[in-house]
Design a protein around this ligand. Structure first.
Ligand SMILES: O=C(O)CCC(=O)C(=O)O
Length: 298
């Protein structure tokens, strides 16, 4: 999505009494971060058919609290969006968006480099390995608006569809908080692939996707979803009175190549997330470490 670095308003949860961020991660949390998660039967086939998968109990509450406190601290520190919700457009009301937090904090870097999610990403997209495209925190404030229908790969100058996002809520996310929801099978729909996220994508895609069995599902604490770069998705408003705090990690096939940017967003993404990579070359700048298996910069 659009590389903007919005700023932390009061609506983001206050700091908790978490330990200082330079204290070492407890061994049990570190082990969990890298341990394999066995895909339940049928989930790989589900992902390939529907373009997304919602996995249960991927992370423990302890792990999410440990890394989540630091992610929220960084969001408060780096967010630049302080306007009241009423003064923003639809995209601005959807969430506070802070990107590549792994470059800002060793503890967030540890989380983003975790092998559990990276291994799942490689398995799901059928790649021998995956690299990081970028991470981003997406905090839907209390009273925050919808996330309009869109497909992420519109923003990405990459030459295959072996791309996917892990959506990691840092709290239980009931329907009233605006969990992410997907149009199953829509990764095969080519209509709308030229639409950026906003009022137009919401209006047009809502019509075009009306035959898809779209269903909103609550996320329990520890659930994680993965969606493919071309899968259409959206989220509802946050009517809960509390911020919806979510971390995301975008993975790509480790052999994926840069294509000539097709729009201004892809140009901006090239400069921001793939600096120095030439068109036609493997998308492997220093910002794109191999996360699974651990390889170059990994
Ligand atoms: O968290 C949201 O509301 C939107 C997330 C999203 O669009 C994404 O991760 O690709």
């Amino acid at each position: 999505m659009i590389p903007e670095q919005p700023d932390p308003p009061a609506a983001v949860a206050p700091a908790t009494n978490s330990p200082p961020t330079d204290s070492p991660t407890p061994a049990a949390i570190r082990a969990e971060l890298d341990a394999s998660y066995a895909l339940p039967a049928g989930q790989l086939a589900f992902y390939r058919e529907h373009g997304y998968v919602h996995l249960r109990q991927v992370f423990s509450p302890e792990l999410l609290a440990w890394y989540g406190a630091e992610i929220s601290r960084q969001v408060r520190r780096l967010n630049t969006e302080h306007r009241p919700l009423a003064e923003r457009d639809t995209y601005g009301r959807a969430f506070l968006q802070v990107m590549n937090l792994w470059r800002q904090s060793p503890r967030v870097e540890e989380f983003v480099r975790g092998r559990r999610l990276a291994r799942l990403a490689a398995e799901l997209c059928g790649a021998a390995g995956v690299r990081l495209y970028h991470d981003q925190a997406l905090y839907k404030e209390a009273g925050g608006g919808i996330t309009p229908w869109h497909a992420d790969q519109y923003y990405w100058p990459l030459d295959s569809d072996r791309t996917l996002t892990a959506w990691i809520p840092l709290q239980a996310t009931p329907l009233e908080m605006g969990p992410l929801a997907f149009a199953p099978g829509s990764q095969r729909m080519t209509q709308g692939r030229d639409l950026e996220i906003g009022d137009e994508s919401e209006a047009r895609l809502e019509r075009w996707l009306e035959d898809y069995a779209f269903e909103e599902r609550a996320f329990a604490l520890g659930d994680v979803s993965f969606h493919s770069g071309w899968t259409y998705h959206r989220a509802g408003e946050n009517r809960s009175g509390r911020p919806r705090e979510v971390m995301t990690i975008i993975y790509m096939d480790r052999d994926i190549r840069l294509t000539a940017p097709k729009n201004r967003h892809q140009q901006a993404d090239h400069a921001a997330w793939l600096p120095g990579v030439q068109v036609g070359a493997v998308a492997a700048s220093p910002l794109n470490p191999e996360l699974f298996p651990a390889g170059e910069n990994g």
